[in-house]
Each structure stands twice: as structure tokens, then as C-alpha cells.
Design a protein around this ligand. Sequence first.
Ligand code: NAP
Length: 295
Amino acid sequence: VSARVLEGRTLAREIESQVAEEARSLREAGILPCLAVVVVGSDPASAVYVAGKGKACKRVGVISRTVALPESASQDELASTIGRLNHDSEVCGILVQLPLPPALDPLSAACEIDPAKDVDGLTPENLGRLLLGLPYTVPCTPAGIVALLDRWSIPVEGANVAIVGRSNIVGKPLAAMLMQKAKGRNATVTVCHSGTREIARFTRAADLVVTAMGSPRYLKADMVREGCVVVDVGMNRLPDPNSEKGYTLVGDADFEQLVGKVGAITPVPGGVGPLTVAMLLRNTIKVARAQRCRP
Ligand code: NAP
């Protein structure tokens, strides 16, 4: 048996072309969607993601502005940078690129962002709205996962879902989305983390397993039941002297092992990743339309 490989690039391209169309009609109405990305320090993976987001904005006709702060920036400096962007009428969307240097607290930073400009859906207001079933902007990666599941007609309604990882940007909001009392959701969700005893007991009982841990090739074939669906969010760089970049990107699931046992699995790269960016663009259009940002 070989699993269906749930690739995300095609859907991401489709979403991008819808976004480009919407950006065009906003521009015709005098509204200029503009995204500000705040980057602190020089994490190499972040630099790659920020460059990717900038390119994606360009492809769809969204203006992007990178605001770089030094590694040594204080929490107050970060807060005042965000505060300035909150009051800048040309900026419709704001995101703070994670991870931040260890001295800075990402939650405090998220709390500074005006919820109306929160394209990552990470402010208390927007995460609270998601939990209440009144979403405005929702975090991009879980939104991308849900779009991918819908596109590949993966049954969610009534499914047993095990999410491994409870971060604020992936595990928790994804659990909130899948368990909503709504058509096509209504899943029974278990969220596992480092305090969970016997994670395999939960992943083996699941129809859908989502790994969002940052632990390379953690999920093995003996941890899942035959025919289940695996969504792999992990993006881990393993040193690889034979590769041009010096590393290989692997997920939190052992793709080679699982592909012969599961019914469907997302690849890394080319699964969830491209959809995260597409959802960011979609959120940017949403906040731009609502605020009617003008140059
Ligand atoms: P994070 O903030 O580091 O959270 C990791 C979560 O996994 C935590 O809840 C942690 O448990 C849990 N965990 C880690 N190792 C574990 C283990 N061995 N057993 C049980 N639980 C474990 O990570 P994140 O930001 O959610 O990101 C997770 C992964 O997804 C990373 O590889 C990241 O690069 C990737 N990612 C990809 C995308 C994309 O677009 N594809 C977007 C975001 C993130 P505790 O809470 O108990 O510490």
C-alpha cells in the first residue's frame, strides 16, 4: 500500500491567485494592502521565511515592509515599534516574526499588536474570538491545515484527532478549529505535549494525527494505525554536507516509514508550509479591506 501524498503547493497557488485578484480590486478602489514584518535579530531560518513572505507579497500585489531591529533590542523597543505600526495608516497588517531572541517574550509582543491589524491571529482578542467560534483573523498554519484537509476531502466530522504539540501558533488554535460545533469540524481532539504519558496510545487511536513539535522524524509507523491520515507541520533542518544549502528539511513524521502504512500524509517540504504563506496573504487582504488603508 502506498499513501496519498497531500501536497499543498497547488492549493497555495490557487489561493494566491484569488488573493491577487482581490488585491487588484482593492487597488482599484484606492486601498493599498501593506504588510509590515517586524524582525528582531538574525535567526537564519527566520531570514528565509521573511524573504519568502516578501516574495509572496510581491507575487500578489501586496506591499511589504520589513522593520528590522537588532538582536539586542529590548521588549520596550519592540513594543514601541509595534505601537508606531499600529498608528501608521499606510500599514494594514503587522506580524512579528518568530522566534524572537531569548530575552524577548513573544506573548507580550503579540499583546501589543492592534487586533484589527493582526494578520497572524495571535492577539488575545483574535485567539479568544476563535475559541468562541467568532473568528476574525485566525493563525495561518492551522488555517492552512484546515484548508488542506478540506481540499483533499479528509473526513474531520466525528474523527478522532491527535495533535502532538500545544503551541499558541499551531497546536492550540488547530484544536480550537477542529473541535468547533460546525459542519465539517466536530472532531474529537486530543492535544499531546511533553507532559503526556504514552503519546503513542493517543496517536494509535487517531484517525488523523497532526505533528507540530519540532522533533525530527518523531512519529514512527508503530505509533499510528493503518490507513490513518498524518499532517506533518514540523520543519527541522538536519545538517547535510551533501546538500547545497548544507541541510535537509525533514518533518516531525518519519515519512519513509509511514508512507507504506497510512492512508494519506503531507510531505515536508511542500505540504503545510506553502499554505501558511497563502493564509497570511489572505489575512492581509482581509484586514486591508476592513481598514480601507490608503497611501
Ligand atoms: P513550539 O512552540 O516549540 O512547540 C512545540 C510543541 O511540541 C510543544 O507543545 C512541546 O511540548 C511539544 N513537543 C516537543 N517535543 C515533544 C516530545 N518529544 N513529546 C511531546 N511533545 C513534544 O513549536 P511550534 O512553533 O508549534 O512549531 C512546531 C514545528 O512546526 C516546528 O518544527 C516548526 O518549525 C514547525 N512549523 C511549521 C510551520 C509551517 O508553516 N509548516 C509553521 C509553524 C511551525 P511542551 O508544550 O510540553 O513543551
